[in-house]
Design a protein around this ligand. Structure first.
Ligand SMILES: *Cc1c(COP(=O)(O)O)cnc(C)c1O
Length: 429
């Protein structure tokens, strides 16, 4: 595929934008290529500036559960836009979206909308600290919660320790209140609670960790976290920014039989416009300003276009829509599995409904960050490039997952499987 114009634009962008991008993972660094400049996108397809059409399994990294430019979502936003793009004042659209969110997340009495997933988690953490009067957070290695200072932490030398900042620019004191644990290790969490229980404000986790591969946790582990939080008066925060609304009924927490105290949302609830949200029962949410002392605000929070796109997106999530995505997911899992096996390629498909990950290694798929084989990136880079040449776009990183939308159909899945088959016939690993 010719990418002359894309490469030209990338070179130009390098003079104006850091690394040519506004979010680092778009840079294609880990798959050794240049980013592709998009011109337009519709349904399962994107068209780049060189006129190449690609089947897209990135879908803007999760928000586009109905694919690109869904006609009903576009029409809704267009209609709303004629009434104004931002009010800075309350409007009906906020109530409409809040009602829909509460229907799914039954532990929420009140919702607060913000403009990104990062903002949602950051604010949920502040609220948890504010209403418990405690400072310490527990987070897990391999979970991503946006670029929140206190959560940009990797583990130090021990297994259950205070973390070290995973980026310069984060004060030592900020991460000194974050404890970090491996996933799937309840004993480590128990140990932390025994040591610091009365100071722990909250345990924060992606109940379905999906930013470092798809590390499917045992429900008993999540239930164990619930019990420990209850025993020690800490709050349990579920970051469902990716997993929220990806499952047919309720939340991912419900699927595992665990009710968190606070949930952070993003991605799907904005239908492709910038939205995040967090919510909890009233006694927690009432600590928030203007009712309570915990401050959090936003000029564009509850933006009318974003609220409308979100509500329309959720309304389009019928039972049939979920069944369609799950069927396609199952097809992809089964057929790709056959292809990997046929070629003896060390990759496995890990899938939950419309979310999938090409897990490196042919043993039991990882459920902890440290179980992911070290050669994951190299193995993935070749597969990524080969699929791209054949018209199929996966995320440009071995640790990112793929997204199926309601706009995908069987031909996109079978086409991708065929492309993989062909690619593996020509690759060595
Ligand atoms: C994407 C993501 C975030 C951050 O959301 P942004 O909208 O990118 O700020 C936080 N948590 C999880 C689990 C995510 O997947």
């Amino acid at each position: 595929m010719d990418r002359t114009k894309s490469d030209q634009l990338h070179n130009e962008a390098l003079s104006h934008l850091v690394g040519g991008v506004n979010s680092p993972v778009r840079a294609f660094k880990s798959v050794h290529g240049n980013p592709i400049y998009f011109e337009k996108a519709s349904g399962a397809h994107v068209t780049d500036v060189d006129g190449n059409v690609l089947v897209d399994f990135v879908q803007s990294w999760g928000p586009l559960i109905h694919g690109h430019s869904h006609p009903e979502i576009i029409e809704t936003v267009h209609e709303k836009m004629l009434n104004g793009t931002s009010f800075g004042a309350p409007h009906l659209g906020e109530i409409e979206l809040a009602k829909r969110v509460k229907q799914r997340f039954s532990h929420m009495d009140k919702v607060r909308f913000v403009s990104s997933g990062t903002e949602a988690v950051m604010s949920a953490v502040r609220l948890a600290r504010g209403c418990t009067g405690r400072d310490i957070l527990v987070k897990f290695e391999g979970c991503y919660h946006g670029h929140v200072d206190s959560l940009m932490v990797s583990s130090g030398s021990g297994l259950a320790t205070f973390g070290i900042a995973s980026s310069p620019g984060i004060p030592h004191d900020t991460v000194a209140t974050t404890l970090i644990c491996p996933l799937d290790d309840l004993e480590a969490v128990e140990y932390l609670f025994n040591e610091h229980g009365s100071e722990i404000a909250a345990v924060v986790i992606e109940p379905l960790p999906a930013n470092n591969g798809l590390l499917v946790q045992r429900p008993e582990f999540l239930r164990g976290l619930r019990t420990l939080c209850d025993q020690h008066g800490a709050l349990l925060i579920f970051d469902e920014v990716i997993s929220g609304f990806r499952f047919q009924e309720g939340s991912y927490g419900d699927l595992c039989g665990v009710t968190p105290d606070l949930t952070a949302l993003g991605k799907v609830i904005g239908g492709g416009l910038p939205v995040g949200a967090y919510g909890a029962r009233s006694e927690i949410m009432e600590h928030l300003s203007p009712l309570g002392p915990v401050y959090q605000a936003g000029t564009l929070s509850g933006n009318p276009l974003a609220m409308a796109a979100g509500a329309k997106t959720l309304d389009l999530l019928s039972k049939e829509a979920y069944q369609h995505m799950d069927r396609l997911g199952a097809l992809l899992e089964e057929r790709l599995g056959v292809v990997f096996e046929k070629h003896g390629h060390p990759m496995r498909v890990v899938r939950r409904e419309s979310l999938f990950w090409l897990s490196p290694g042919d043993g039991t798929p990882a459920i902890r960050a440290d179980q992911i084989p070290k050669d994951a990136a190299a193995l993935y880079a070749d597969v990524h490039r080969a699929l791209l040449e054949r018209g199929y776009m996966l995320a440009p990183s071995a640790y990112e997952i793929g997204f199926i939308s309601t706009s995908h159909d069987e031909s996109h899945i079978l086409g991708m499987v065929e492309a993989m088959d062909d690619a593996l016939s020509n690759l060595e690993w």
